[in-house]
Design a binder for this molecule. Structure first.
Ligand code: INS
Ligand code: FE2
Ligand code: FE2
Length: 301
């Protein structure tokens, strides 16, 4: 199968060099029909061994993620005073965690990071910034670790959504928002809520989790990754937007540009999930060279 797809340019400042358009670069990627449990991907109703865990996860996440909670977390974790470590050290910390929100994967997270990055690398060999984005996009899950306050899963993983405006029906397990106090607050429960048309996602408070945290970490540690990479990290769990086109009234033009890259990224993030293990030691030198190129040796977390 040959998919011919035009590559968008990462929306960065004018100084950013334009990326070459390589027309057949993603010809190799075959989207699998089923996940490791024999179901289609992201099927939240399928009777799999993960169903109850995932459902219970979303009950809590939808009940507890409020404007007040998000503001509190952004302030606390924005201090970046929890640890000092390299990107690779953080990857290793993720070895022990399994994501309770994920119907498609029960492998430790480090496997998922490398599966994503390696799948992108195969199809986009020249886009090293996108390989590294694959490696680091879920590092915010380190919030589950004791030295980061051991946050509960509902405050770290799962799909994300804006708070401060009505919860769109395209959110998975939407029914659980009934238990969220913001749902009854007239300031927060209208289509626009506290936002205005086209205000730009940058001005929108998203539910708190690994995306928002890793975005803060990358930005504050002055990564040289392009803005498309930062956008991917920040919104990769915002499925209502990138899959269902909900909340698009909050986007501005720059968001539209970056969204093109996020959609490409998402294919690899989602469909590379499998039981096929990557040889960590073999690929480690390559990824270490990328972290050196785009990040300081030690980051503040
Ligand atoms: O269960 C998954 C998982 O937590 C991913 O890391 C996140 O990005 C997805 O959006 C979510 O649905
Ligand atoms: Fe994620
Ligand atoms: Fe991921």
């Amino acid at each position: 199968m040959t998919i011919v797809e035009e590559k968008p340019q990462p929306a960065t400042g004018a100084e950013e060099k334009k990326l070459p358009i390589d027309l057949v670069s993603n010809a190799g990627f075959v989207v699998p029909g089923n996940n490791a449990f024999g179901n289609t991907f992201r099927d939240y109703e399928a009777n799999s061994e993960r169903k109850d865990t995932v459902e219970e996860f979303y009950r809590k996440q939808h009940m507890y993620q409020t404007v007040e909670f998000v503001k509190k977390m952004r302030e606390e974790y924005g201090k970046l005073n929890k640890a000092e470590m390299s990107i690779w050290e953080c990857c290793e910390l993720l070895n022990e965690f399994v994501d309770e929100s994920d119907p498609d994967l029960d492998e430790p997270q480090i496997e998922h990071l490398l599966q994503t990055a390696e799948a992108i690398r195969k199809d986009y060999p020249n886009e090293d910034w996108l390989h590294l984005t694959g490696l680091i996009h879920d590092l915010g899950k380190v919030l589950l670790h004791p030295s980061f306050g051991q946050l509960p899963q509902w405050a770290v993983v799962g799909d994300t959504f804006p708070v401060g405006c009505a919860f769109d029906e395209s959110n998975v397990h939407h029914k659980f928002f009934q238990e969220n106090p913001d749902n009854d607050n007239p300031k927060y429960n209208t289509k626009h809520g506290i936002y205005s048309e086209g205000c730009g996602l940058d001005n929108v408070l998203m539910s708190w989790g690994h995306d928002g945290y890793m975005h803060m970490v990358a930005k504050e540690n002055k990564t040289t990754l392009p803005s498309a990479a930062l956008f991917i990290i920040r919104y990769h769990s915002f499925y209502p937007l990138h899959k269902e086109r909900a909340y698009k009234h909050l986007m501005n033009e720059e968001d539209e540009e970056n969204l093109k890259w996020l959609k490409i990224f998402n294919k690899y993030d989602l469909y590379s999930k499998s039981k096929v293990r990557i040889d960590v030691e073999k690929v480690k030198p390559y990824y270490l060279s990328l972290t050196e190129k785009y990040f300081p040796a030690k980051l503040r977390w």
